[in-house]
Design a protein around this ligand. Structure first.
Ligand code: CAA
Length: 260
């Protein structure tokens, strides 16, 4: 597939997706969603990919939201279809069996923040501005923002961001638990790659299970969530990687994992 707006590169175990439509501040139109979906399929087929980093092309934006020009004249059914497609693609991103990192290098607004929220970890440049400004367009977040932001930062903070439509800076995003670290613009991608390399050195089957268990348990009563953890913990003892990881520790050497 030839992608115009979504670039996918592999650097060893790290997959890097760049939403690259800088003239429109990387706004997400239907084509971007299709291309992002295609990139996720390629990552799933790439056996060596252990971590995904997602960022925005150009100097100014991560992603400035869904494409307002494209959707301005949508009918209700077209609006529903856009939201459905966004939810489907972001759910695939969220369900990838590898950890995902949003490197928020600039504006992450509306659908852009929602894209970052569908990633596992969020690191922000000092230049980043994050928000859900949809109500200023008389629409609401449609790619999961009302739900994922609420689950991440709590109803109180999420309501304030959704109702005011205000964007916050990276320091505030860190303060409310949305961003993990705030970095100088030139340090953002190197730091995300450093974290990605560290994650990539860990046991891949265990990482996939840790991610799955944390996702699956998030909305369950603690008793049921702990049961999911218990089952996954036991199953990992059937993997070669677990034997290798524990043997390597006991033999005081670095483990060589095979994702098996
Ligand atoms: N959709 C389409 N085009 C967009 C865009 C978007 N979301 N955001 C920016 N652009 C375009 C602008 O129209 C402009 O294009 P032209 O050069 O052709 O005029 C270009 O990108 C540069 O943008 P600005 O000139 O506006 O740049 P700025 O630095 O003055 O402002 C900004 C930057 C504050 C991010 C401003 O562009 C902005 O407010 N953008 C819209 C943000 C927004 O409302 N996002 C939410 C969209 S709705 C949504 O996402 C729904 C959903 O949940 C699914």
């Amino acid at each position: 597939m030839t992608a115009e707006f979504v670039k996918l590169e592999f650097e060893g175990p790290v997959a890097l997706i760049t939403i690259d439509r800088p003239k429109a501040l990387n706004a997400i139109n239907l084509q971007v969603l299709t291309e992002l979906d295609g990139a996720l399929t390629q990552i799933l087929a790439h056996a060596d990919a252990r971590v995904l980093i997602l960022t925005g092309g150009g100097e100014k934006a991560f992603v400035a939201g869904a494409d307002i020009a494209e959707m301005a004249n949508f009918t209700p059914m077209q609006g529903l279809a856009l939201s459905t497609k966004g939810h489907q693609v972001f759910a695939r991103l969220e369900a990838l069996p590898i950890p995902t990192i949003a490197a928020v290098n600039g504006f992450a607004l509306g659908g852009g923040l929602e894209l970052a929220l569908a990633c596992d970890l969020l690191y922000a440049s000092e230049k980043a501005r994050l928000g859900l400004p949809e109500v200023s367009l008389a629409v609401i977040p449609g790619f999961g923002g009302t739900q994922r932001l609420t689950r991440l930062v709590g109803r109180n903070r999420a309501r304030e961001l959704v109702f005011t439509g205000d964007a916050i800076d990276a320091a505030k995003a860190k303060e409310i638990g949305l961003a993990l670290e705030v970095l100088a613009p030139e340090a953002l991608l190197p730091r995300c790659k450093e974290i990605a390399q560290k994650i990539a050195s860990r046991g891949p089957v265990a990482l996939a299970q840790a991610k799955r268990v944390m996702e699956a348990g998030a909305d369950l009563p603690l008793k049921d969530a702990n049961e999911i953890e218990r089952q996954a913990f036991g199953l990992l003892f059937g993997t070669d990687d677990l034997k290798e990881g524990m043997r390597a520790f006991l033999e005081k050497r670095k483990a060589a994992f095979k994702n098996a």
